[in-house]
Design a binder for this molecule. Structure first.
Ligand SMILES: NC(=O)C1=CN([C@@H]2O[C@H](COP(=O)(O)OP(=O)(O)OC[C@H]3O[C@@H](n4cnc5c(N)ncnc54)[C@H](OP(=O)(O)O)[C@@H]3O)[C@@H](O)[C@H]2O)C=CC1
Ligand SMILES: Nc1nc(=O)c2c([nH]1)NC[C@@H]1CN(c3ccc(C(=O)N[C@@H](CCC(=O)O)C(=O)O)cc3)C=[N+]21
Length: 238
């Protein structure tokens, strides 16, 4: 029996995303996208069955970053080629070092999508950060981002966030995964984040790279959620 179901988004335009997602049973919604899971994430004193994978990573990485120095995060380049086993270990490592409160921090989330920006904002709010959401209609995003102790970049805009937009010492989680043309690569492209890493890493206290940052951990969290779902199902049936 399957323990989790993920519908890879975006779906082609002729398929109704809402209809498809609402067909996934709550207990198998390993992406945490079901309206009931998102609703519970938004509500005080309620816990969703599954936390959405990418925001979950963000919270783990963030807690971890605040409790150690920047070197590990920069070293994450190597996690690009992590095997599953080492990814799991990295996850446990992140978890075991987490627990640092983000209470009272000013967080800015760039992006408000159902998949990353919105749940990331809700998760930070639950963790008692003061959250501002920047989107495509926000005027003067630089001045808002410059105030942030925590920046979550999930706009899908290659290297949009410049070093001068970052408050010195801020923690920056770059979720953006954008392919840009690069004729020097065999593939003809390379992946960059939403943050200009070269510039921002000189100003930020903590920063995650792309590739080798949030992405591989998202996959790990997905497996983690699947395992949790399987365990719950097993316990219910025995
Ligand atoms: N590593 C990982 O695990 C994952 C990475 N990603 C990556 O994260 C990025 C975002 O993904 P996703 O949320 O699905 O993307 P969407 O395109 O669904 O959403 C993008 C969001 O960013 C906002 N936005 C777009 N342009 C700007 C801008 N110039 N200034 C401010 N806000 C802007 C949009 O605003 P509005 O709402 O007004 O349109 C929207 O809310 C992508 O690069 C994607 O590849 C995504 C999922 C997982
Ligand atoms: N229902 C659903 N859930 C998702 O979680 C979901 C989705 N749909 N649609 C697409 C986005 C994107 N996403 C990524 C996951 C891992 C990497 C990742 O591992 N990236 C590697 C690079 C991988 C490469 O080189 O191609 C890295 O950043 O190091 C990237 C992006 C999950 N998403």
């Amino acid at each position: 029996m399957q323990s989790g179901i993920l519908v890879q988004l975006p779906l082609p335009k002729h398929i109704n995303e809402e209809k498809v997602l609402s067909e996934i049973s709550l207990g198998k919604d390993v992406d945490g996208f079901h309206p009931l899971n998102i609703g519970k994430l938004a509500m005080k004193d309620r816990d969703p069955l599954f936390l959405p994978c990418t925001p979950k990573v963000m919270l783990l990485k963030f807690s971890f970053m605040l409790s150690c120095n920047v070197d590990f995060i920069l070293c994450c380049h190597t996690s690009y080629s992590f095997t599953l086993a080492t990814c799991k270990k990295a996850c446990i490592e992140l978890l075991s070092r987490s627990g640092v409160s983000i209470k009272g921090k000013k967080a800015v989330v760039v992006g408000r999508s159902n998949i990353v920006g919105l749940p990331a904002s809700l998760l930070l709010l639950k963790a008692d950060a003061t959250v501002t959401i920047v989107h495509s209609r926000t005027t003067q995003p630089e001045s808002i981002i410059r105030e942030a102790d925590i920046v979550i970049a999930a706009a899908g805009q290659p290297m949009m966030i410049k070093g001068s937009w970052i408050k010195p010492g801020a923690a920056v989680i770059d979720v953006g995964t954008n392919a840009v043309d690069d004729p020097t690569k065999k593939s003809g492209y390379r992946l960059v984040g939403d943050v200009d890493f070269e510039e921002a890493s000189k100003v930020a206290g903590w920063i995650t790279p792309v590739p080798g940052g949030v992405g591989p951990m998202t996959v790990t969290m997905l497996l983690h959620n699947t395992l949790e779902g399987a365990k719950r199902c097993f316990e219910k049936n025995h």
